[in-house]
Write a protein that binds this ligand. Structure first.
Ligand code: PHE
Length: 445
């Protein structure tokens, strides 16, 4: 039955695709914005802790569930829960699927902004100043044009199946993004005002680290950044041949993803202070002005300070971001598509187009009610749906699956101590930690 499924050609194929899913707008747009809004260093500090204690084990659980089942997320969860509550598993899978659509609905909008910003310097170079200004200014019209372009790009790639394009693309483009980030950091750190930004980013104010709002934001950001809780990593796990040692793979994905987020912060937060130093109003009452849109003012400002080379840098940087966003989009589209193909017997082509139409309707609804819906959907997804899904994964792997602790069982068979420790950690510590964060937020809100 599984022979009709697509597979990654190698472990490295899985790592690249999963890293491609993880590294995206969450790292370069989401993380620095959240860090700037939540006290800089304090956010970074809590983010790192939450990633190690919760997000990394959740990523393990998600990939493991998919890898063992070799099925799409809905069937995988249904099967894992089959002894005691198969329909709960199935509905959890479907909720994850809705999460993937929610993610796509706003992600394609922001990715469209990146694409527009990548094209803007090109038009400037060609002398079409009006078009260039239109492209770099946020507007509903621009959203209406660019959101579908992005969605269609993702759909066109995913048509061909998972491993055709993704493995190769990610391998070449990720290193380029890394080099570019480092180059830009070196540049920004030499500008007046940058050192204040570096201090804010690297020195945590420990009075803030216990703020429940900060903790839940950091947790949501960590889950979002590692693409967990919507089934994307589960699907990729299922495209890897069974019984590989997932621990190391998962660790390398999380390390890569966290490094990129850290570097993006090291670029953007000092850039905010450089802009402030130059007289721009960046913060009001300790909050970023214009929230998520601000980096689209700050970054072009930074690029234009480089002189004419800045146009090329701007085009390169935003193009790389668009591609990073594309590989993340693909993993999310794959969640409902794999379900429709395997369980609903649709052709891949039909399933892909069906999903894109649904996503487009959702995106246009957000564009129409932008001020109310945009932030709300992001918050619902990252601070409620994703953490709850992860809690469910922990409970399934730790308690429900085969009526016992799946990992501990396996460790006994294979006589592996680390697996046993991990099994118990997932079973006891993770659900409790996650619940504590939730309860605190619910009470204190
Ligand atoms: N992790 C991706 C990013 O950081 C976003 C994503 C979330 C992708 C959920 C897939 C699923 O941009």
């Amino acid at each position: 039955m599984t022979s009709s499924r697509d597979f990654f050609h190698s472990r490295i194929g899985f790592v690249l695709a999963a890293a491609g899913s993880a590294i995206g707008l969450g790292n370069i747009w989401g993380f620095p914005t959240q860090a700037a809004n939540n006290g800089g260093g304090a956010f970074l500090f809590v983010y790192l802790i939450v990633t190690i204690l919760l997000a990394l084990p959740a990523l393990y659980a998600e990939v493991y569930l998919g890898n063992q089942a070799q099925k799409n997320p809905v069937s995988a969860l249904q099967e894992a829960c089959k002894d005691s509550m198969p329909s709960v598993g199935k509905y959890a899978g479907i909720i994850g699927l809705c999460g993937a659509v929610m993610m796509l609905s706003f992600y394609t909008i922001v990715a469209g902004w990146m694409l527009a910003h990548a094209l803007s310097p090109l038009f400037e170079l060609l002398g079409f100043i009006d078009i260039s200004t239109w492209l770099s200014t946020s507007s509903t019209a621009r959203n209406i044009v660019f959101t579908p372009i992005f969605a269609i790009l993702g759909t066109a790639i995913i048509h061909q199946g998972v491993n055709a394009g993704i493995e190769k693309w990610s391998a070449r483009l990720m290193p380029l993004l890394l080099v570019m980030l480092i180059g830009l950091i070196i540049y920004i750190l030499q500008q007046p005002g940058a050192s204040e930004g570096v201090q804010v980013y690297l020195i945590p104010d420990f009075a803030q680290v216990t703020d429940p709002k900060l903790i839940i934001s950091a947790m949501g950001q960590a889950f979002f950044s590692l693409s967990i809780g919507v089934g994307g990593m589960m699907v990729y796990g299922s495209y890897m041949k069974k019984d590989k040692d997932i621990g190391k793979l998962v660790l390398s994905i999380a390390t890569l993803d966290t490094c990129i987020a850290f570097l993006a912060g090291l670029l953007i937060i000092p850039a905010l202070y450089v802009a402030q130093h130059a007289g721009l109003e960046v913060f009001r009452d300790n909050k970023l002005i214009g929230e998520g849109q601000l980096i689209f003012n700050i970054l072009p400002e930074l690029f234009s300070s480089m002189g004419s080379i800045g146009l090329f840098v701007a085009c390169g940087f935003f193009s790389l971001l668009s591609i990073a966003a594309l590989t993340s989009t693909i993993s999310s589209i794959e969640v409902p598509v794999s379900y429709l193909v395997e369980d609903k017997k649709k052709t891949r082509v039909k399933a892909t187009w069906l999903v894109s139409v649904i996503v487009l309707i959702a995106s246009y609804t957000i564009i129409a009610f932008f001020d109310t819906l945009f932030g709300l959907i992001i918050q619902l997804l990252t601070t409620i749906l994703q953490p709850l899904s992860c809690l469910f994964y922990f409970i399934v792997v730790g308690w429900i699956w085969k009526r016992g602790n799946k990992l501990v069982d396996e460790s006994l068979q294979k006589n592996k101590l680390p697996l046993k420790v991990l099994g118990n950690y997932l079973r006891y510590v993770c659900p409790i930690l996650l619940s504590i964060v939730f309860v605190n937020v619910a009470i204190l809100n």
